[in-house]
Design a protein around this ligand. Structure first.
Ligand SMILES: Nc1ncnc2c1ncn2[C@@H]1O[C@H](COP(=O)(O)OP(=O)(O)OP(=O)(O)O)[C@@H](O)[C@H]1O
Ligand SMILES: [Mg+2]
Length: 264
């Protein structure tokens, strides 16, 4: 199948007061259409930078970013993004917050069609009945669900999630993982998820990319195959333990705490 996202030989350095800070150095990531790529790596290695490159919010010094067979040259409306802190606007209801991208993106749904699209997404994530509440009336998990709806409302080709579940407690996070699978089964996006949680990466991803320490290169790629619908119990199988041990070892290498070639 065709790759929807292709990141080829990307290098980038930020200009800082102390000089050039190399952040990405030989990044290679490919995600097939409809795929779910989880990206893990040490703190500060360049993961959020990678999301900005995919969204076209910045250009790499070297290398290329391709989406849908087109080189990314600027911001694209076919990308949806959700972050660790769901910045919802308090003066708008939940429904109005979810509809916001439709008011901004050219050619977005309008009127009744827009309301119906937002309502159906809110129902899909279990927020039916909360349409008219304000963000402060919702729990952190519910706000994150609303933020996911907002990222998807304009039917983006690509959904970028930068640690969206990082601030939630473990149970709420697991609920949201299941919701994420339910949403993915109904919506046709290709996903890139940045996370620090290795269990999350193997539960949600069909591919886990481990980035090296800064400047980040693609250090390791794990393909995840599942038979049947994902269940939280799958995280406690011997196969899952083995995957987690491999990824943990790769993270230790990325952090410079273990040597490459020495098995876990
Ligand atoms: N606009 C910028 N200008 C200068 N330096 C930056 C800029 N954005 C990020 N950096 C630096 O680049 C490095 C990578 O940042 P980035 O946010 O991509 O890391 P990250 O992997 O997402 O980190 P974390 O896991 O903590 O979220 C960091 O050292 C950061 O300080
Ligand atoms: Mg980050």
């Amino acid at each position: 199948m065709e790759n929807l996202i292709d990141i080829k030989g990307v290098r980038h350095a930020y200009d800082t007061a102390a000089g050039k800070l190399p952040v990405l150095d030989g990044l290679e990531v490919s995600v097939k259409e409809g795929g779910f790529c989880a990206v893990v790596g040490p703190s500060g290695c360049g993961k959020s930078t990678l999301t900005r490159l995919i969204a076209g919010l910045m250009h790499p010094d070297e290398g290329e970013v391709w989406l849908h067979g087109e080189q990314v040259k600027g911001p694209r409306s076919t990308v949806g993004m959700a972050f660790q802190n769901p910045v919802l606007l308090e003066w708008r209801t939940i429904l109005q917050n979810v509809m916001l991208p439709l008011e901004i993106v050219p050619g977005g749904l309008k009127g009744k069609a827009a309301v119906e699209r937002a309502e159906s997404l809110l129902a899909l994530v279990g927020l039916e009945g909360f349409e008219d509440k304000r963000p402060s009336e919702l729990s952190g998990g519910m706000r994150q669900r609303a933020s996911l709806c907002r990222a998807l409302v304009h039917q983006p080709d690509v959904l970028i999630l930068d640690e969206p579940f990082g601030a939630l407690d473990a149970f709420t996070r697991e609920d949201l993982w299941q919701t994420m699978h339910e949403v993915k089964a109904k919506e046709p996006f290709t996903a890139v998820l940045i996370t620090h949680d290795l269990r999350e990466s193997i539960f949600l991803g069909d591919q886990v990319v481990v980035l090296s320490g800064r400047p980040a290169r693609t250090q390791y790629v794990m393909e995840i195959t599942r038979d049947g619908p994902p269940k939280l119990d799958d995280l406690y199988t011997p196969e899952a333990s083995e995957r987690l041990a491999t990824l943990r070892h790769q993270i230790e290498i990325a952090q410079g705490r273990a040597e490459e070639g020495v098995s876990a």
